[in-house]
Design a binder for this molecule. Structure first.
Ligand code: FAD
Ligand code: FES
Length: 272
């Protein structure tokens, strides 16, 4: 079994004068979090050291009939280990769900443009469904700052609240809702006063289904709150070569993998 160590990855990349390319990582653990939702922990020192919130990694299926990699946001970093949380959707994710500790998987990344969070603020992380995992890592990173940054999580789940326990250690305020109770915009309405009374101005970071993010962007722009949205698009290469992931915006066609996945409300023309 190939062994990837910090030394080999960094030395090879430095020698080539670039980031490491596609490489083989060891699976440290694999488990089911709830029905159809899986957690996969891979050992990748380069991703662990460099990934920023909302960036993604490409996982390559072993089945050669599936040539294209599958993109996943990073949910957690612990030492050299990188956690991904994903839902079974089709053949690629079904294959990944069979992985076990000790197996290997090919990985490329981190890829894409991260959330932009230079200033202290009350970062309000609004996630829906499998948009939640990349926000967990955003919360982890934001919680490491010591600049007055506050973190409010607003998560909407189809049914099982699979990430509430994972986010609790990092967020100042956690709110969640399941479909039977309502949606994240209902939750935002409920906590609007809390947000305007917080010590820091609110800034929304969002990831989830497109209709949800459009509603969140409109809610934010009506109130003059800035919002950054991490889009999901069907992807091919993941790094700007194939044009599979383009999105129409007021300033033309942009590539979600390279120009995003993070865009502002204004860049997308999603103002109220
Ligand atoms: C930036 C980004 C981050 C993502 N993060 C997560 C995450 O953290 N957890 C999670 O569960 N899912 C995430 N997704 C969605 C995930 O990539 C797809 O569910 C997965 O690729 C489906 O693969 P499949 O082989 O099971 O499905 P199939 O439908 O068999 O895939 C066929 C092809 O379509 C592509 N594809 C299908 N659905 C999507 C999709 N929604 N987005 C992009 N490509 C797709 C596949 O990559 C593959 O090339 C993310 C997508 C993007 C773009
Ligand atoms: S996925 Fe190939 S250009 Fe974006």
């Amino acid at each position: 079994m190939p062994t990837v160590t910090t030394d080999t990855v960094e030395r090879q990349a430095a020698e080539a004068g670039r980031k490491p390319g596609r490489r083989t990582d060891e699976v440290m653990s694999a488990s089911m979090l709830s029905e159809g939702i899986y957690e996969l922990v891979i050992r990748d020192p380069y991703v662990a050291r460099t990934v920023q919130p909302a960036q993604f990694v490409n996982l390559y299926p072993a089945d050669a009939r599936m040539a294209l990699p599958r993109p996943f946001g990073v949910a957690k970093v612990e030492g050299d280990d990188v956690t991904l949380i994903y839902q079974i959707v089709g053949a690629g994710t079904a294959e990944f769900s069979l992985l076990q500790a000790g197996d290997v998987i090919d990985v490329l990344g981190p890829l894409g443009k991260p959330f932009d969070t230079p200033k202290p603020a009350n970062y309000v992380l609004v996630g829906g469904g499998l948009g939640v995992p990349p926000l967990l890592y955003a919360e982890q990173k934001l919680s490491e700052r010591n600049d007055g940054t506050q973190i409010t999580s607003v998560f909407g789940y189809r049914d099982a609240r699979f990430a509430d326990d994972l986010v609790a250690p990092f967020a100042d305020q956690t709110h969640s809702i399941v479909n039977a109770e309502g949606n994240v915009v209902d939750l935002l309405n409920d906590i609007e006063d809390e947000l305007s009374n917080a010590d820091q101005p609110p800034v929304i970071l969002s990831c989830g289904p497109t209709p949800m993010m459009k509603a969140v962007a409109a809610w934010a722009s009506k109130r003059g709150i800035s919002a950054q949205l991490s889009l999901e698009a069907r992807m091919g290469c993941g790094y700007g070569a194939c044009v599979a992931c383009v999105v129409d915006t007021p300033s033309g066609r942009l590539k979600v993998c390279k120009d995003g996945p993070v865009f502002t409300t204004e860049e997308l023309g999603w103002e109220a």
